[in-house]
Design a protein around this ligand. Structure first.
Ligand SMILES: *[C@@H]1O[C@H](CO)[C@@H](O)[C@H](O)[C@H]1NC(C)=O
Ligand SMILES: *[C@@H]1O[C@H](CO)[C@@H](O)[C@H](O)[C@H]1NC(C)=O
Ligand SMILES: *[C@@H]1O[C@H](CO)[C@@H](O)[C@H](O)[C@H]1NC(C)=O
Ligand SMILES: *[C@@H]1O[C@H](CO)[C@@H](O)[C@H](O)[C@H]1NC(C)=O
Ligand SMILES: *[C@@H]1O[C@H](CO)[C@@H](O)[C@H](O)[C@H]1NC(C)=O
Ligand SMILES: *[C@@H]1O[C@H](CO)[C@@H](O)[C@H](O)[C@H]1NC(C)=O
Ligand SMILES: *[C@@H]1O[C@H](CO)[C@@H](O)[C@H](O)[C@H]1NC(C)=O
Ligand SMILES: [Zn+2]
Length: 785
């Protein structure tokens, strides 16, 4: 019954669904829900992630909105272009020269010059970068005394007047002193550093104290193969002293092999053979009158067994903090004494070998070409006759003492993406204008430039850490101990390490890098004008052949690259065969030499400063981290081919077997994944660069998370190549792709575990290492998916 006008309203029972009282209510309810949801989404997307972001700057809550990329209007107050302009405009020659002059004014051997560390920290603070000194207690040696003399047994028949010649009694023997080495570099009026009262004696870092008198043998460059050649030729080595040329391999490894063969001491001299065109023999005047080597120059240096483990030899793998347990250092430092000498001091020793034993020229090609033939040296191998001996005395003080790194930090908005720039400060000599303080002068200019940008309102996207290392020369100590201490944080946060050691020694740009950084390096060098404007407008890249060496060791990148798996790079302007001879680790690596020969006008200092700063800026500021995975895969493929080539001669049964094939397909899979991944990253970068309007906040938030994900993968890619147990017999080295060559030191070995197994003709080792490396590569491939 339909209700009529008498039906009481109150009793009305509606049994049909209620009809909308007014038509807008659906829309309103929808709007309420939508608004509520939106608010929740906003809270989730912006406020909560804001909390996750490191740092306590209030605006970081809005990081996804504010961020980051220059084309987004929120960031326009100080754009990437503005930053680059400051980095190109700020560094200057006068300042670089001034910093160099400071660092090279007095001795700064590892652990011996706290005031330079304090000065450096204060400068960085002045530039606007928060800095502190980080110290370690390290085991180290300082020189006390030395002697090297050529002695001849007195013949009883002759009755010479003893007053006329020096004589020497060693044990029961009476000797005539044929030549007493000066073991000193000449003091030059033109070069005040060479005459400082507190100049540093000639000696070797980590060499053993000792007093040896023995016959001696000329062992060429003292490479592993050189010693093998001598053993094959039945040259008696045991009990004798090695006279060896600098060059080809790291000096500590020359001593290591001599020690293993039972030799009792090592004398290392600088042969002008290594000086290219710029020799006295070719008519060039010697320093300070010309560009050729000063005959009295001596190369100091470390004799640590660098390819076994760098860092404090008493604390392998952990930081040298006060009170930590200390181990016997002799797994990575020598037990026999050694001394470095000049070619002037070496001449009488070499000439005394004339006519004794075979000639070097009768040996293979690696033995040809000594540079002192014009002085009458015939390069006989010896040994010296039994009556003709060397007395080698080396007296070293070994102590445990502090050294001081200086660490500066500019906090970025992202504190878990960190770029580290480093250079060492310590030198073997009072000078060190090339090694390392050309790099130190540049580091100050880089920091001054970034400081300038900060003053103008720049807010870095990523965090930058600057390091002035101490103790590099003895064995990369400051950097190694620091990486060992901060490894948990570095593993989580570090994106790249950029090293500059001797930033300037000549005009030839030179670099070594993890392939991930190749593209970034090519780009940075293309942006900087070369100081050589013979062809107007030519850049550093234009004058460089583009060859990037693989990472070995010999500078502070080692712990970052080989121990922590952080993509690293090392670069500088080196000297070439036509440039003035660089007096490496000698008193003549001085301010005076740099000013007059090395970098006249200081333009190369400024050029490398700009390359470094612009490269760092690219890594710090571009939204997608400027690494390239494809180049890494390509690199691996190249390295594998060289292993295959090596095994065809060294171990044919492996070369002919399919052992290495599965490694090849693993690399192919990584290559494919890398291409896809790099393309995805490039697409993201395009979207960011073309800009997303502010009102498409959802898209922006989504982009932000995609970018973070891609960047994490780039950041961690190289970590996949670490093998926890390390390499055979040198477990400190964790990287399966890069390590210093076991018997070269400086030069990089690729796939070291595999290559060493091939060298040993160890089939089990080849199989084991193939599997290990394949697993690492597969992990890397997975990480990109
Ligand atoms: C430390 O370095 C400064 C600057 O190069 C120098 O003047 C000073 O003599 C050095 N100090 C010592 C103790 O060698
Ligand atoms: C080196 O040892 C010999 C004995 O073999 C000794 O006569 C000489 O004085 C020692 N030299 C030094 C500097 O200790
Ligand atoms: C080295 O000595 C061994 C054994 O004394 C001899 O058989 C060999 O022929 C020698 N080699 C050379 C190159 O003199
Ligand atoms: C950088 O961040 C760290 C850790 O959050 C903080 O301790 C430090 O004071 C910050 N430095 C500056 C200069 O803001
Ligand atoms: C300077 O540049 C010219 C032209 O590229 C080149 O031929 C020359 O070798 C360069 N000189 C040096 C010292 O780099
Ligand atoms: C990465 O390198 C590959 C090979 O060199 C190149 O084709 C690609 O464009 C690069 N990608 C990026 C994002 O640089
Ligand atoms: C790599 O990609 C190419 C083309 O997409 C494909 O033909 C090839 O089989 C892939 N290789 C591997 C090892 O996945
Ligand atoms: Zn150096």
């Amino acid at each position: 019954m339909p209700p009529n006008e008498q039906t009481p309203l109150i009793q009305t029972v509606l049994i049909s669904p209620p009809r909308p009282r007014y038509t807008h209510s659906t829309i309103r309810r929808f709007c309420t829900i939508a608004l509520g949801t939106t608010l929740v989404v906003i809270v989730i997307l912006f406020l909560i992630p804001g909390r996750w972001l490191p740092g306590n700057r209030s605006e970081s809550e809005w990081a996804p909105l504010r961020h980051p990329w220059s084309s987004w209007p929120e960031r326009a107050q100080f754009s990437y272009d503005d930053l680059r302009k400051v980095l190109l405009d700020t560094p200057n020659e006068e300042k670089a020269r001034q910093w160099s002059q400071y660092y090279t004014a007095g001795p700064h051997l590892a652990g011996k010059n706290l005031s330079q560390a304090i000065w450096t920290r204060e400068k960085w603070q002045e530039f606007g970068v928060q800095s502190s000194i980080v110290d370690y207690d390290i085991y180290i040696n300082y020189p006390v005394g030395h002697r090297l003399a050529l002695l001849e047994k007195k013949s009883k028949s002759k009755t010479e007047s003893a007053e006329e010649e020096q004589e020497d009694v060693i044990g029961m023997m009476k000797y005539k002193v044929k030549y007493e080495c000066s073991l000193e570099e000449d003091v030059l009026d033109e070069d005040p550093t060479s005459g400082l009262d507190n100049r540093i004696p000639t000696f070797h870092g980590y060499s053993a104290s000792g007093n040896a008198t023995a016959q001696y043998v000329y062992v060429n460059f003292g490479t592993y193969e050189d010693y093998e050649d001598l053993v094959r030729a039945n040259i008696s080595l045991k009990g004798n002293i090695a006279l060896v040329k600098y060059g080809k391999i790291f000096r500590g490894l020359k001593v290591k092999r001599a020690q293993e063969l039972g030799m009792v001491g090592v004398v290392i001299y600088t042969d002008p053979q290594e000086d290219g065109e710029m020799t006295e023999e070719n008519g060039y005047k010697t320093y300070p009158n010309g560009p050729a080597r000063n005959p009295s120059s001596v190369q100091r240096g470390s004799t640590q067994f660098l390819s076994v483990a760098p860092g404090d030899p008493t604390t392998p793998g952990y930081p040298s903090k006060p009170g930590v347990p200390r181990q016997d250092p002799h797994h990575s430092i020598p037990s026999i004494p050694s001394l470095p000498i000049s070619y002037k001091d070496a001449l009488p020793l070499l000439k005394a070998l004339n006519g004794h034993g075979p000639k070097a020229s009768d040996f293979n090609k690696y033995w040809q070409g000594g540079g002192l033939g014009y002085k009458g040296v015939q390069y006989n191998i010896g040994p010296s006759p039994s009556g003709l001996v060397l007395n080698l005395v080396n007296e070293q003080e070994y102590i445990t003492t502090p050294l001081w790194n200086v660490i500066g930090i500019i906090n970025g908005t992202l504190q878990d993406e960190v770029i580290v720039l480093g250079n060492h400060r310590d030198a073997w000599i009072a000078g060190g204008a090339g090694d390392p303080n050309s790099g130190s002068a540049c580091l100050n200019e880089v920091i001054r430039s970034f400081g300038e940008a900060l003053k103008q309102g720049w807010k870095p996207l990523r965090t930058i850490v600057f390091a002035s290392w101490d103790g590099e020369e003895y064995g990369l100590i400051g950097s190694t101990e620091w990486v060992e201490e901060y490894i948990p944080w570095l593993s989580k946060s570090a994106v790249a390490y950029l090293n500059l050691d001797a930033g300037t020694r000549g005009p030839n740009f030179d670099a070594a890098a993890s392939p991930l950084l190749n593209k970034a390096l090519y780009e940075a060098t293309s942006l900087i004008q070369s100081p050589n404007q013979t062809i107007p407008g030519q850049t550093v890249r234009d004058l460089w052949d583009g060859h990037i060496r693989t990472m070995g060791s010999g500078s502070d990148f080692t712990a970052f690259q080989d121990f922590a798996g952080i993509p690293s790079l090392d670069m500088g302007f080196a000297s070439g065969p036509d440039s003035p001879v660089y007096h490496y680790h000698s008193n003549y690596d001085s301010f005076a030499w740099m000013d007059k020969f090395g970098d006249v006008g200081w333009h190369y200092h400024v050029a490398i400063t700009k390359v470094w700063a612009v490269l760092a800026a690219a890594l710090v500021e571009t939204p997608i981290i400027a690494l390239n995975a494809t180049d890494y895969a390509t690199g691996l493929d190249t390295y594998l081919h060289s292993v295959k080539k090596l095994s065809t001669t060294a171990f044919p049964s492996v070369a002919d077997s399919p052992i290495l094939d599965s490694l090849e397909s693993a690399i192919a899979r990584l290559y494919n994944a890398s291409i896809t991944f790099d393309a995805k990253a490039a697409d993201l970068a395009d979207i960011i660069n073309s800009g997303v309007p502010w009102w498409r906040w959802w898209r922006k938030a989504q982009l932000y998370y995609q970018v973070r994900q891609v960047n994490d993968r780039y950041k961690y890619l190289e970590r996949n190549f670490l093998h926890k147990e390390g390499l055979d017999g040198r477990s400190w080295f964790k990287h399966v792709v890069f390590a210093p060559g076991l018997w070269t030191g400086y030069a990089g070995a690729t796939f070291p575990g595999l290559v060493e197994a091939v060298d040993r003709k160890d089939r089990e080792g080849v199989e084991r290492w193939s599997k290990i490396i394949e697993k690492n590569i597969d992990d890397a491939t997975e990480s990109l998916k």
